[in-house]
Design a protein around this ligand. Structure first.
Ligand SMILES: CC(C)(COP(=O)(O)OP(=O)(O)OC[C@H]1O[C@@H](n2cnc3c(N)ncnc32)[C@H](O)[C@@H]1OP(=O)(O)O)[C@@H](O)C(=O)NCCC(=O)NCCS
Length: 239
């Protein structure tokens, strides 16, 4: 089995399928969506895929996949499977107008989609997460200079085989080449790998699930993390 990281330029349903499988058991997604039965699950996968298809029209967003290639015993087969994917934003000039009429169509459609998640879940919980994420970005993110890891997900069948780390290293190489920081909001699952690759937690966001009608005293935590560029120039400056 070998693997390659490559850019993805066309939307594919596999994005939603992997995202749903990767996030199904996360505290936020397991409570924010209704996962009950194949039809409900298909609706979540489609919602995720539709959102990514809109993001693919955004010139600031980049998609990369990690493809696993298995070779048969004779060494002739080359079965390729997308094992993981990531999307990140590149530094860009802030739009100077907030006039809704100037807003590109894909942005308008994306807002509409996000406001209308699949039925049967808890949209107020999702909404709270988006609000907190926006507030943290206002505080810590410089979108004109920073890269932003928007999403990374590995298919559970391919976990712990290095796909996530390879995608992150590809992002790190690009950010280092620009001497740029990388901002992200981490789940608990992502925290160890981000720390290992040089990210530091700058803040935490806590959502009390009881505030959204969920029994018990569960709390979901997101870590606001930033990776400073660590190229030779930056290391020298510190000494
Ligand atoms: C986080 C994630 C992208 C890592 O992907 P991956 O392809 O397994 O990554 P790697 O093989 O490079 O492993 C990196 C590390 O992730 C952690 N990890 C991955 N799968 C794990 C699992 N099932 N249980 C616990 N830790 C796990 C480990 O720390 C692992 O390092 P190790 O194997 O040396 O201990 C993947 O687990 C995932 O999609 N999780 C659910 C979605 C999510 O939380 N995404 C991150 C949002 S911030």
């Amino acid at each position: 089995m070998s693997s390659t990281v490559k850019p993805l330029t066309h939307p594919s349903p596999i994005l939603g399928i992997i995202k749903a499988a990767a996030f199904e058991h996360s505290m936020l997604s397991s409570h924010a969506f209704n996962w009950d039965g194949p039809a409900a699950r298909a609706a979540i996968e489609k919602w995720y895929t539709d959102r990514e298809a809109l993001d693919m029209q955004d010139p600031t967003q980049r998609f990369f996949v990690s493809v696993a290639t298995s070779t048969d015993d004779l060494g002739s087969g080359n079965d390729e499977t997308i094992a993981a994917w990531a999307r990140w934003g590149v530094p860009h000039t802030k739009p100077d107008s907030t006039n809704e009429q100037d807003e590109p169509e894909y942005k308008r459609k994306k807002k509409e989609l996000i406001e209308n998640p699949p039925t049967g879940g808890r949209p107020e919980l999702l909404g709270a997460f988006f609000r907190e994420a926006v507030a943290a970005r206002r505080k810590y993110l410089n979108e004109e200079r920073d890269y932003v890891l928007e999403l990374i997900a590995t298919s559970p069948n391919f976990e712990r085989q290095g796909h996530g780390s390879r995608l992150l290293k590809c992002l790190i190489d690009k950010a280092e080449a620009d001497n740029a920081r990388i901002y992200l909001e981490a789940t608990m699952a992502g925290l160890p790998v981000y720390e290992r690759l040089g990210w530091k937690t700058v803040d935490e966001v806590r959502l009390k699930l009881a505030d959204y009608g969920i029994e018990g005293d569960l709390e979901d935590v997101f870590y606001i993390m930033i990776r400073e560029p660590q190229g030779p120039g930056n290391k020298e400056q510190k000494h």
